[in-house]
Design a protein. Sequence first.
Length: 305
Amino acid sequence: MPPPPPPSASSAEVPTKETPVPITPGPDEDETVYITSTFQPDAKPMRLLRPPKLTPTLASRAHVKRTLACAFRIFARYGFDEGVTGHITARDPIQSDCFWVNPFGVHFSLIKASDLILVDNRGTVIDGGECRRLNTAAFMIHGMIHIAREDVMCAAHSHSIYGRTWAAMGRELDMLTQDSCAFWKDHAIFDQFGGVVMGQSEGKAIAKRMGSNKAVILQNHGLLTVGQSIEEAVYWFISMEKCCQTQLLADAAAAGRGYQTVKIGDEEAEVTHRIVGMPTAGYFSGRALFEKLIKEEGKEFDDEQ
């Protein structure tokens, strides 16, 4: 069962400048993952980390903003920027019907926590940095997903090279590798490309097509992933981008030699999905990328200490 949504603003702490903001809302927690498989009857459990629990406090809000700013730096490093397109949103822990997003026109590599803007469920910017331009498409797509999916804390989308190339095929990913099994029966195709998403009807259609999946391939457009944490959504996006690259390479190599790619069977894919495709696995995998960036950039992206 997905975790309950954050408390609404009515029961949340009222932010004040005097409220102390600690570095983090709390430590990660261990989670033991038990594996049962007819293929590996002697399988042992493994321990992962779950994300810290967010509460309706300024501490959690600061944590979300720092992590989101870090996410944009990671996207920039992976080359997921394409002019001013692309957006990552994170649900606000104090006002759960609002989300933080990048200001329109600021490059991913430059975004700091103080630059982020807070948008309500009507598309109104109610807080944020000096630049408060909102990408209409960001609200129309992400806003509708946050409304439809209370379990979604973060949604990520960009016009990445391999993602948008694979999106032109109008097909789901084949289960070719262990990594692609994270998306086994957990991604969808939105095949109604209607240009830049400027209306709620298109955004609602995307949210409906995504359903309860962790990802949707927007035909002729790109990838969109979601998660119960920022780290999870970002990791799913990076992983799906690489899965698209792998499939494009494998399909081309197979076609050139007159071969067929070898697909993973449904039973094996399901067993693998229960491990590599669960939210904790997404968070734990993504967490390492965030730690790496923080180590290399210090707190350059975190200017709200």
